[in-house]
Design a protein around this ligand. Structure first.
Ligand code: HEM
Length: 435
């Protein structure tokens, strides 16, 4: 797979790095906010504090990482050339950061104008991002299955933002609105057709490449992202009060994400190198969390185990955001960041001394300790849903885990910088000495 990668189109490292580091800061902010607000945020899914936290994680952490990864990953794996990546990133990154801060404040303080400002900033930032990437994919010199695997989640992100903006303007105007139906549709597009579909597409590249497994089956590589889009589209007919089509769509959606989890677990079991690392652990946790989610959802949808809103609904959201999505994203960061450092260093060769390899750039022992902090945070957050007095501690541990992730990534960047400076100095010395 590495031989299929095209680094000529890779944007400067500063482009994705700013999104990755900002994401960690949003993780810290979310943890601190939970520690300050305490267990009251778990009173209901509509609690303003919980909606603010949901978006600090959903758009502050996950969206930042995924946007940053798209800037880097899509050109490298598809050969698409992103026009002016530095300029686009310097528009998208501050706007996205501002939009998340304003949206979280709007939820917390209930200020109608802030909902409109946040919606406007998200629309500008993400239209700019989506248009740039889709254009790059369209103009790519060659086409592969990966083009549609990345394009469909981007369309889904567009639908997510449109629905989020619709909700925000309805809240701002205070007019009667079918909030529950539209919110459920918004979150289906956000978590299913955008996040899960994109991560599934990225997994088809990074799992075989970094975990030395066989490839995902062709039907999954080709079909997962468009199928998730179709499922979300069919499920959205619930807005019009339909029931049969959404029920079939939900069944198909559960089957697809369960297939993703099963495939990942079975490919990991067939890996060529039996050693495991932290990315492996994060992916395994995510796959198990997906299976737990599917079981719980099925219990609710098909066996009617519970009807009214309960803690289990909050648990489903928590496990999806932190157990599945944040685990996958963290696991990917632990490979993508040292890999990018290594690639950018290699492009500066030849070298007088051997440059650091990926494991020296980000030692697995450091990542492993942060994985346990993440696991502890997830466990405490889960217990805190039933024991709200634990919420503050859970928030602090989550903040610690996010800061730790950021610190580990910064460590890799520090080694990258130092190596690049050494290479620059050695080269300047050699030129001065006429070598
Ligand atoms: C792309 C990443 C996003 C994710 C993962 C996400 C996730 C979610 C989730 C899970 C909920 C439901 C919370 C619950 O039911 O307890 C929700 C609600 C909401 N989202 Fe998003 N969202 C995203 C983007 C946006 C954007 C860009 C906006 C635009 C302003 C937005 C505005 C809203 C609003 C206003 C609600 C609450 C609706 C209400 O109170 O009735 N979201 N979001």
């Amino acid at each position: 797979m590495a031989s299929l990668l095209s680094f000529d189109q890779a944007p400067p490292f500063s482009v994705p790095a700013r999104f990755f580091l900002t994401a960690c800061l949003f993780g810290v902010a979310a943890g601190v906010m939970l520690a300050v607000l305490g267990g009251q945020v778990f009173a209901s899914r509509w609690a303003p504090g919980l909606l603010a936290l949901t978006h600090l994680v959903g758009t502050g952490v996950l969206l930042q990482v995924m946007v940053g990864a798209c800037f880097q990953f899509i050109p490298v794996v598809t050969g698409a050339n992103i026009a002016h990546p530095r300029v686009v990133a310097s528009i998208v990154h501050p706007l996205l950061t501002l939009a998340t801060v304003v949206l979280a404040t709007a939820f917390l303080e209930s200020v109608p104008a802030l909902f409109l400002i946040a919606a406007g900033a998200f629309i500008v930032a993400l239209s700019c991002f989506i248009a740039t990437i889709l254009l790059a994919l369209k103009r790519a010199p060659t086409r592969s299955t990966l083009h549609s695997a990345f394009a469909w989640p981007l369309f889904a992100l567009g639908v997510t933002v449109a629905l989020g903006a619709l909700l925000a303007s309805a809240i701002a105007s205070g007019s009667p609105f079918p909030y529950t139906r539209v919110t459920n549709t918004h979150l289906t597009w956000a978590l299913g057709a955008w996040c899960m579909a994109l991560l599934g597409s990225v997994a088809t590249v990074v799992v075989p490449m970094f975990q030395m497994t066989p490839a995902y089956p062709r039907w999954f590589e080709r079909g997962f992202a468009p199928a998730m889009f179709l499922v979300a589209g069919l499920w959205s007919t619930r807005i019009m009060g339909w029931s049969l089509v959404p029920a079939i769509a939900a069944l198909a959606g559960f089957a697809l994400v369960a297939a993703f989890a099963f495939l990942t677990l079975s490919l990991q079991a067939k890996r060529r190198r039996k050693l495991t690392d932290t990315t492996f652990a994060f992916f395994r946790l995510a796959a198990l969390a997906i299976l737990a989610e599917v079981l719980l959802w099925s219990a609710r949808e098909y066996f009617g185990w519970w009807q009214a809103e309960t803690r289990i609904d909050l648990l489903l959201g928590l496990w999806m955001l932190i157990g599945v999505l944040l685990s996958t994203v963290s696991g990917m960061l632990y490979k993508i960041v040292p890999f990018l450092c290594w690639v950018h260093i290699q492009r500066r060769g030849p070298f007088a001394t051997t440059p650091p390899n990926m494991k020296e750039i980000l030692p697995d022992g450091r990542a492993r300790k942060q994985f346990f902090a993440h696991l502890t945070a997830l466990g405490l957050l889960t217990i805190a849903l039933w024991l709200p007095s634990l919420a503050r501690l859970a928030g602090l541990v989550f903040a610690l885990s996010s800061a730790w992730l950021g610190w580990n990534l910064l460590g890799a960047l520090r080694i990258y910088r130092a190596t690049m400076e050494t290479i620059g100095r050695t080269r300047a010395d050699a030129e001065r000495n006429g070598l």
